[in-house]
Design a protein around this ligand. Structure first.
Ligand SMILES: Cc1cc2nc3c(=O)[nH]c(=O)nc-3n(C[C@H](O)[C@H](O)[C@H](O)COP(=O)(O)OP(=O)(O)OC[C@H]3O[C@@H](n4cnc5c(N)ncnc54)[C@H](O)[C@@H]3O)c2cc1C
Length: 489
């Protein structure tokens, strides 16, 4: 293992605060930190600020008002955050991929083909969420995408998939994308919901919190009414999903209300909720917990996003899934925490400034238990059939993962070592959650006991030339990450 370099007076600090991610959490964090006079930089691999929900919002509102209108007020709200960031003194480095962070908080980036390193005593990771994998037979065929990917095409290129579109899965984003496609003139051929029957009863237990967040309920009902009014065929409690077709998707087969269905489709959009993107927090070995409610790993943080690694804060959906407005509040709280840690505000000022954002965060979190229960993914997503591919990069099936468990692999890292599952370019980002779930079920243990993939840099593939461009600067610390090299649990 490489010796750790801890932040101290000897380390050359390029900034006071580095924020990774320019979604609602990152934009709010950067504008707040800069507003308190801290030398702040915000990094994002995307070419414009906005994150997932407000992707490219500045350009879309200015240049494509029709697209902005159909994406709705929840989307255009992002303009105010982008403008606040632009007005602030925070340095914006967009089109900048963070591919390594050392435990001394040195951040290594790839910008315009070259690698560079930044260093600050306070680092706020606001790297957001990603869509949960939906491993069903045929999900790797051309013509199958995540529903969020179709939304990205709409936001960034004003494009919709051609032909017949079938959406399948569970979650508010599924309905939102269906409505957005409808508004864009690409009426879905069907919506196939997979949420099991028991979900409604489980959700009712959280009706109190949901009623206090009635505006979200109203939005949900409005989306359902819109799809019903457009007579979009709607199936519920679907099981045994399978994408049909040999070279590309030709349709979706499933069973609903005891009847086998097969719908023709040119594009199948899958969605089973979003999970925190924990690659960076895993790389830094901070404490995580498994949430049985969200069926996902969450980062353990205090009220100001502080993790178990001093100086590293995590904000937004990268901690736990709570939505864009919660992300905005938690980004602000993380920046206030950073300002306090750096001595810019005292404890009293921290408490005074934090109070409204803590309240906002709490209010936004009220609906979560209801949504988590209502849209809990069906078991066949967590424990796919043996023949289903789970690791797309290395083409490893669920059956092979089970075989690894039977051969004695106790966790995902051993499984990776012996089967290459999770060893491809995505570094297990896609399959990590489901591999841990399969192993846990096979061993009759909890997911927390089985653990998660150990993550190593680079977080995403980087060209060798970029590594070489660092060589002059810090030879011993270029290609290697601070994470240890051991790969087997
Ligand atoms: C595909 C998708 C679509 C969504 N659409 C909606 C929607 O329409 N409505 C809604 O209410 N919610 C939506 N959500 C949920 C939504 O993401 C969140 O509630 C909200 O955007 C979370 O904000 P955030 O700031 O935590 O993260 P995000 O908005 O996700 O921002 C994270 C940012 O970090 C950047 N980043 C991540 N890793 C790196 C790295 N290594 N280097 C550099 N930059 C990095 C990303 O490029 C991104 O811009 C969507 C989620 C997904 C996954």
């Amino acid at each position: 293992m490489k010796p750790e370099r801890l932040p101290g007076p000897d380390a050359a600090m390029t900034h006071d605060v580095i924020v990774i991610g320019a979604g609602p959490a990152g934009m709010a964090a950067a504008a707040t930190a800069a507003g308190l006079g801290l030398r702040t930089v915000v990094l994002d691999e995307q070419p414009s600020a906005g994150g997932q929900i407000y992707r490219d919002v500045g350009r879309v509102v200015a240049e494509q008002p029709r697209v902005a209108q159909l994406l709705g007020a929840d989307y255009t709200h992002g303009v105010s955050l982008v403008q606040a960031l632009e007005r602030s003194t925070a340095e914006r480095r967009l089109g900048t991929l963070v591919w390594d962070v050392a435990r001394d908080l040195t951040v290594t980036v790839l910008q315009e083909g070259r690698a560079a390193q930044l260093h600050a005593p306070q680092l706020i990771a606001a790297t957001g969420a990603m869509e949960r994998a939906s491993p069903i037979p045929g999900w790797t065929l051309p013509g199958v995408m995540n529903a969020g990917a179709a939304q990205i095409a709409l936001k960034s290129a004003g494009a919709v998939p051609a032909g017949r579109i079938v959406l399948a899965g569970a979650g508010p984003l599924l309905l939102l994308v269906a409505c957005q496609l409808l508004a864009a003139g690409a009426a879905p051929a069907a919506v196939v919901e997979t949420a099991p029957a028991g979900n409604r009863l489980a959700a009712l237990r959280h009706a109190g919190g949901a009623l206090r967040a009635w505006s979200y309920l109203a939005k949900g009902l409005k989306m359902m009414r819109r799809l019903r009014a457009a007579r979009v065929p709607w199936f519920t409690r679907a099981e045994n999903l399978r994408v049909t077709g040999t070279d590309r998707a030709a349709g979706l087969a499933f069973v609903a209300a005891g009847r086998a269905q097969e719908l023709a489709a040119d594009t199948v959009l899958l969605h089973h909720g979003v999970v925190p993107n924990t690659q960076l927090s895993r790389l830094l070995h901070v404490h995580h917990v498994w949430s049985d409610e969200q069926l996902a790993w969450q980062v353990v943080v205090d009220a100001h996003g502080q993790t178990s690694l001093p100086g590293l804060r995590v904000a937004g959906d990268g901690v736990s899934i709570a939505g864009a407005l919660a992300a905005e509040a938690s980004g602000t709280l993380a920046a206030l925490g950073a300002a306090h840690a750096l001595g810019r505000i005292d404890a009293r000022e921290l408490a005074r400034r934090s109070a409204p954002f803590e309240q906002a965060l709490k209010a936004e979190q009220q609906i979560r238990p209801f949504l988590d229960a209502l849209y809990r993914p069906p078991r066949f997503i967590a424990e796919p059939a043996d023949e289903t591919l789970v690791c797309r990069c290395e083409e490893v099936t669920a059956g092979r993962v089970r075989e690894m468990a039977r051969l004695g692999c106790q966790g995902p890292n051993q499984t990776k070592f012996f089967s290459r599952c999770g060893m491809g370019p995505c570094q297990g980002r896609m399959c990590g959650t489901v591999v841990s779930q399969i192993l846990a079920a096979e061993h009759g243990k909890g997911v927390a006991e089985v653990g998660a993939y150990r993550i190593r840099a680079p977080l995403k593939p980087v060209p060798l030339a970029a590594l070489a461009s660092l060589a002059g600067a810090a030879p011993a610390e270029t290609a290697a990450s601070s994470s240890d090299k051991e790969d087997v649990t």
